[in-house]
Design a protein around this ligand. Structure first.
Ligand code: SF4
Length: 273
C-alpha cells in the first residue's frame, strides 16, 4: 500500500469543491462504475462541480480542482508527464481501481521485455509508444488516498468523496473477503470443494461476489493489511495446484501489488527449479 492515505490534511475549502476524473491506461471500467451510481450521481453533481469527466461529458483536462480521481496505470511516456500536471492541478489526488493503485492488468507484462512482446503481438511494433512497465500513480506522484478494485466499488468511491467533503481524510477499507463470507453465511469454497480462493489475503469491496456463486476469489480488491500468503500458497498446493498454477492465482489483476508479487515470483522460481 504505497499512498500515505491516513493522517494527511483533509479538504478544507468551504465552497462547492471542484472534481475531475482523469483517465490513464485503463479499460474505463472504473469510470463506468461511477456512472453506474445511478440516481446518486446527480446527488454527487449537486455537491461538487464536476469540471472534467470526459466519459460523462464535461471536458477540461487542465482545470484546477480540489479533488482529482485518477483511473488507469502509467504505461506511456505521455502519461508520466500528464500525471505530473494532474498532481499540480489538484489539492487531493485519489487513485481509483487496480490499474491506478497497482498497475492492474497492464502490469502483467512487466516481467517481459517490451521489445519482445511488441514484436510478437503487433504487425507494426514501431507505432507502439510504451514504457517498459505499467506502474501505479503513487510511483510517480504523491497519492492521498487509494481505492482498490477492478472495477472499484462505486459505493466506496462515494464514501470517500463524502469523507473528503466532510473535511475528513478517508481511511482505507481493509476488511478481508473471508470476513464477508462468514457474515453472509456463504459456504467456504476452499473448504467445501477445494477451490483456490484468494479470500484470506484480499480486501473486500465486492461483497464476496465470486464465493457467492461458488467460485474462488481472484483478488480484485488487492492485498489485505495482514496476510500470510505463503500459508495460503501451501494450502493451495495441498489442494492439488502446482507452483505455476499457484503463481497464476496471485499474479492476476493486482499482479504487482506488494503482498501478491513476492509469492508469485517465489512460486515461479520454484517451478523453474
Ligand atoms: Fe478497468 Fe479494472 Fe482498470 Fe478499472 S481497474 S479501469 S475496471 S481494468
Amino acid at each position: 500500500h504505497t499512498a500515505a492515505a491516513v493522517g494527511q490534511k483533509p479538504l478544507s475549502k468551504p465552497m462547492k469543491p471542484r472534481l475531475a476524473v482523469h483517465k490513464f491506461s485503463s479499460c474505463d471500467g472504473c469510470q463506468l462504475s461511477l456512472l453506474n451510481l445511478g440516481e446518486d450521481l446527480p446527488r454527487v453533481a449537486a455537491l461538487v462541480d464536476i469540471v472534467h469527466f470526459a466519459e460523462a461529458g464535461p471536458s477540461d483536462e487542465d482545470a484546477k480542482v480540489d479533488i482529482a480521481l485518477v483511473e488507469g496505470s502509467m504505461s506511456t511516456p505521455d502519461e508520466l508527464e500528464r500525471i505530473q500536471h494532474v498532481r499540480a492541478n489538484c489539492e487531493i489526488l485519489v487513485a481509483i481501481g487496480a490499474c491506478a493503485v497497482s498497475g492492474g492488468l497492464q502490469a502483467l507484462r512487466n516481467g517481459v521485455d517490451a521489445e519482445t512482446w511488441k514484436t510478437a503481438i503487433y504487425a507494426r511494433p514501431e507505432y507502439i509508444d510504451t514504457l517498459p512497465t505499467a506502474s501505479p500513480a503513487a510511483q510517480h506522484v504523491k497519492v492521498d488516498h487509494e481505492i482498490w478494485g477492478c472495477p472499484v466499488n462505486s459505493r466506496q468511491v462515494l464514501g470517500a468523496l463524502r469523507d473528503l467533503l466532510s473535511g475528513v481524510m478517508p481511511a482505507p477499507d481493509r476488511e478481508k473477503v473471508c470476513t464477508t463470507c462468514k457474515r453472509q453465511g456463504v459456504p467456504c469454497v476452499s473448504v467445501t470443494d477445494g477451490s483456490p480462493c484468494l479470500g484470506p489475503v484480499t480486501n473486500d469491496g465486492c461483497g464476496a461476489l465470486c464465493p457467492r456463486i461458488g467460485r474462488g476469489c481472484f483478488g480484485c480488491y488487492g492485498p489485505a493489511a495482514t496476510i500470510n500468503a505463503p500459508a495460503l500458497a501451501e494450502h493451495m498446493a495441498q489442494s492439488g495446484l502446482d507452483e505455476r498454477q499457484i503463481a497464476q492465482r496471485f499474479a492476476q489483476i493486482n499482479s504487482q501489488a506488494p503482498g501478491f508479487v513476492e509469492i508469485a515470483v517465489a512460486m515461479r522460481d520454484r517451478a523453474d527449479g
